[in-house]
Ligand binder design. Structure first.
Ligand SMILES: Cc1cc2nc3c(=O)[nH]c(=O)nc-3n(C[C@H](O)[C@H](O)[C@H](O)COP(=O)(O)O)c2cc1C
Length: 336
C-alpha cells in the first residue's frame, strides 16, 4: 500500500489496537459481512468484522474457519447482545482465538465482557451517549464505536457530527474511540482523526465493493440512490419501541409499517410479551435484509443503507476503496 504518513500517524493507536495497517473498520453487515468481504478488507489493510446476527454457533464456527483460510490478518466478530446463544457464540470466538469481539445492539449482558476477556480478546462496544460510554469503559470495554444516525442499518437518534463533538474531546485522549455513520470520503476521516478519533468504521461504502457477495440488483439500487432515499423507519405504535432502521425507500418500507401494526395487535391481545414482540421485529429485519442481499429482491426486501449511499457510483475492489479513503484523508491533512 502507498504510504500516507500524516493519516497513518493519526491512525497509529487505532491500527496498533486492531493489528491492522490502517484504522479503517468495515462494520459488520448481516448477510454481507461474511468470509469473502471480511478477508478482503483485512487483506487490503483494513479491519474486517464478521456479522453474526443471523448465525447460530455452528454457522459462526464454519464462517470463522473459512475466513481464516482466506486471510492471515486479524479480523473481528460482531455479536448481537440480545442473541439467545450469546455465550455459546463467545465460546466459538474463543476457540478460534478471535482477537476482537464487537458487542452490538444494546448494553452487554452481565458476564459477557468478562467471558470475552477470559479468551484474551479485546471488547469493542457501541456507545450511544456520553454517560453510557463512560459506563462501558468502566465495565471493561477496550474501545468504543460511536455511530450517528446517518449510518445504514439500526440507528440511534443523534448525528455523527454531534456525537463526535460530545464524546471525542472528553474521551479520545485516554480511550480508543472509532467514529461511524455517514463517512463516504477520506476528508471526513481526516476531520474525525484530528478531533482525536482512533479510527473510523464504514459500512455502506463497502457493501457495494467487488468482493461483497451482495446481489447485483442490491448493488444497482445503491448506485442509483441519493442520500435522501436512505430513510429511517418510523415507529407506528408508541407502546412498541422499535429501533429505527435506515434503508432505501421501497415497498418493503411499507411492509415494515404493516408488520409493526400486526405485532402491535398481537401485543394488544396479550398473546406475546414485549421482548418477544421486539424479537419478532428483529427477525423480520433479518429476513427482509436476506431477501434483498442474497435473493436480490429489491422491491420487498430491506435495502439497509446509510446516507453516504449517494456518493457510491461504481463497484470497486476494497483495496481501491481503502486506498482512495487514505489518499483523500492525506490530501486534506496536507492542505491544512
Ligand atoms: C446492509 C447493512 C447491514 C448492517 N448490519 C449490521 C449488523 O448486522 N450489525 C451491526 O452492528 N451493524 C450493522 N450495520 C451497521 C454497519 O456495521 C456500520 O456501522 C454502518 O454501516 C456505518 O455507517 P455507514 O453505513 O454510514 O458507513 C449494517 C449496515 C448496513 C449498511
Amino acid at each position: 500500500m502507498t504510504t500516507y504518513p500524516k493519516t497513518a500517524r493519526l491512525m497509529q493507536r487505532g491500527a496498533d489496537f486492531l493489528g491492522s495497517e490502517t484504522a479503517i473498520l468495515c462494520g459488520a453487515m448481516s448477510w454481507v459481512s461474511e468470509r469473502n468481504l471480511v478477508s478482503a478488507i483485512s487483506n487490503a489493510g483494513g479491519f474486517g468484522v464478521i456479522a453474526c446476527g443471523a448465525m447460530d454457533p455452528g454457522l459462526l464456527d464454519t464462517e470463522i474457519a473459512a475466513t481464516k483460510a482466506l486471510t492471515d490478518k486479524p479480523f473481528g466478530v460482531n455479536l448481537i447482545t440480545m442473541h439467545p446463544q450469546l455465550f455459546e457464540l463467545i465460546e466459538v470466538c474463543g476457540k478460534h482465538g478471535v482477537g476482537h469481539v464487537v458487542l452490538a445492539g444494546g448494553i452487554p449482558p452481565k458476564g459477557s465482557v468478562e467471558a470475552i476477556k477470559a479468551h484474551s480478546a479485546k471488547v469493542i462496544c457501541f456507545a450511544p451517549t456520553l454517560a453510557l460510554a463512560k459506563k462501558l469503559l468502566r465495565s471493561g470495554a477496550d474501545a468504543l464505536v460511536i455511530e450517528g444516525m446517518e449510518a445504514g442499518g439500526h440507528i440511534g437518534p443523534v448525528s455523527t457530527s454531534v456525537l463526535a463533538q460530545e464524546m471525542l474531546p472528553e474521551l479520545a485522549e485516554d480511550h480508543l474511540i472509532f467514529v461511524a455513520g455517514g463517512i463516504g470520503r477520506g476528508q471526513a476521516i481526516a476531520g474525525y482523526l484530528e478531533m482525536g478519533a482512533a479510527g473510523v468504521q464504514l459500512g455502506t461504502r463497502f457493501a457495494c465493493s467487488i468482493e461483497s457477495i451482495a446481489h447485483p440488483d442490491f448493488k444497482k439500487a445503491f448506485f442509483r440512490a441519493s442520500a435522501r432515499d436512505a430513510v429511517a423507519s418510523v415507529q407506528v405504535d408508541p407502546r412498541l419501541p422499535v429501533i429505527p432502521v435506515r434503508a432505501l425507500k421501497n415497498k418493503g418500507t411499507e411492509e415494515f409499517t404493516a408488520k409493526q401494526r400486526e405485532v402491535a395487535a398481537v401485543l394488544d391481545r396479550e398473546e406475546i410479551a414485549m421482548d418477544e414482540a421486539q424479537l419478532q421485529i428483529e427477525h423480520y429485519w433479518a429476513g427482509a435484509l436476506r431477501r434483498a442481499v442474497i435473493d436480490g429482491d429489491v422491491e420487498n426486501g430491506s435495502l439497509m443503507a446509510g446516507q453516504s449511499v449517494g456518493m457510491l457510483k461504481e463497484e470497486e475492489p476494497v483495496a481501491v476503496i481503502i486506498d482512495k479513503l487514505m489518499a483523500q484523508s492525506e490530501e486534506a491533512l496536507t492542505r491544512r
